[in-house]
Design a protein around this ligand. Structure first.
Ligand SMILES: *[C@@H]1O[C@H](CO)[C@@H](O)[C@H](O)[C@H]1NC(C)=O
Length: 388
């Protein structure tokens, strides 16, 4: 819809226009529309929450933040490290995906986050038994960043605050995808996967974490990336020399598992959430799809492990670590997340934990206004981390 303004010279003017219309016209309208509880998308929502969702919906469509993986956030509080590409860790299948999309391994930065009150030097060797969260941010593979200054950092800080025994977290600035004609097409699949492999290898080989002490975590598109990273490690451990073993645990927050604009049938839970969630189909999705898929077909276990398309090859989760998956009861991705959970439970049984926050929107743990569901979920995750 309005992505074309993202890099446009008149972007500043456009944003000013947005700001003025939101304040003078949209905000009062949103308040009026949601004034009565019965008229809100979910009657459990407060007026503040209903208006916050409207605002996110608007900014989601016009959002312009795109990380630049060739630069780092310069700030005295921000700890970064540059990662070496790991071309030797790609098997022939992954090389073929990369060649098809014209993607090569690249050097990218990563950020360290500390628990409040802890100050671990960059890349310090782990204490015995120390666990770390390796986080992959969301944003449909084309927006947001790993920087502690961007909104996905709310998830990182929430996890650090609640999870026992986890004092630091590492976030990798994987390359974001772009699509023509709006942008110069770049970084389609598997660019982000190559970067995620490099970040994971840094944690194991350079910093010295044992894979069993690593929790791979991802929200939304980051959940998609966490799934394919884990899949690649599970499938190739022992086959690709130097490839680290799979992680000890996997944490998927509203993971994107069906990379298509296929509309689920009327009567599905997704259809019932059309008017509640801030995600929209296809307006918000077509750019992301073109950018991320590039020349690839989405009917691939590496890309859409939760797709129910009849042409989809079988998807196995054999060998995956214990996994926690959450979803918002009011989110657009609910059906594909449930498909993923069912498939994982078929292969992994009790090792899979599913938590659904009633009436919550997509990827709500990133929003500080999404209470009480945000804190409730972080507490559930903390319990799981303790036991897993
Ligand atoms: C996933 O996308 C396909 C189109 O490729 C669509 O037919 C199907 O309904 C979607 N499944 C779910 C669970 O969302």
């Amino acid at each position: 819809m309005v992505h074309q303004y993202r890099n446009h010279p008149i972007r500043g003017l456009y944003l000013l226009y947005e700001l003025i219309t939101v304040l003078s016209f949209r905000l009062p309208y949103w308040i009026w529309r949601n004034l009565f509880r019965s008229r809100r998308p979910r009657s459990s929502w407060s007026l503040k929450k209903a208006v916050a969702v409207e605002l996110v919906k608007r900014t989601w469509l016009i959002s312009i933040r795109q990380a630049d993986h060739t630069r780092v956030t310069q700030d005295p509080d921000v700890k970064h490290v540059w990662l070496n590409p790991t071309p030797d860790l790609l098997n022939s299948k992954l090389r073929a995906y990369a060649a098809k999309a014209n993607v090569v391994p690249a050097s990218i930065p990563g950020y360290w986050f500390d628990k409040k009150g802890v100050d671990t030097p960059i890349g310090a060797r782990p204490r015995p038994g120390e666990r770390v969260i390796y986080t992959l941010h969301g944003g449909a593979y084309f927006r947001y960043s790993a920087s502690p200054k961007d909104s996905p950092a709310n998830i990182a800080r929430g996890l650090l605050k609640h999870c026992p025994g986890v004092d630091r977290l590492f976030a990798v600035e994987y390359r974001l995808s772009r699509a023509a004609p709006e942008d110069i097409a770049a970084n389609a699949f598997p660019a982000a996967l190559l970067d995620a492999i490099a970040g994971y290898t840094y944690l194991v080989e350079t910093v010295g974490f044992s894979p069993k002490d690593i929790i791979i975590e991802g929200d939304s598109a980051g959940g998609n990336l966490a799934l394919v990273l884990t899949r690649y490690l599970v499938e190739n451990v022992g086959l690709v020399a130097g490839l680290p073993a799979p992680p000890g645990a996997l944490l998927l927050l509203s993971p994107w598992t069906n990379v298509s604009l296929g509309l689920p049938p009327p009567g599905s839970r997704t259809a019932a959430n059309f008017n509640a969630d801030y995600l929209t189909i296809p307006d918000g999705g077509d750019y992301a799809l073109r950018a991320f898929l590039g020349p690839h077909d989405h009917l691939d276990p590496y890309i859409s492990p939760g797709s129910t398309d009849p042409r989809m090859p079988p998807v196995s989760f054999e060998g995956f670590p214990p996994t926690f998956v959450n979803a918002g009861g009011a989110e657009l991705l609910i059906d594909e997340i449930l498909v993923l959970v069912e498939r994982m439970k078929n292969d992994l049984g009790e090792k899979v934990t599913y938590y659904e926050a009633p009436d919550a929107v997509h990827d709500y743990t990133q929003f500080l206004w999404a209470e009480p569901e945000r804190t409730n979920t972080l507490q559930e995750i903390a319990k799981w981390v303790k036991d897993v």
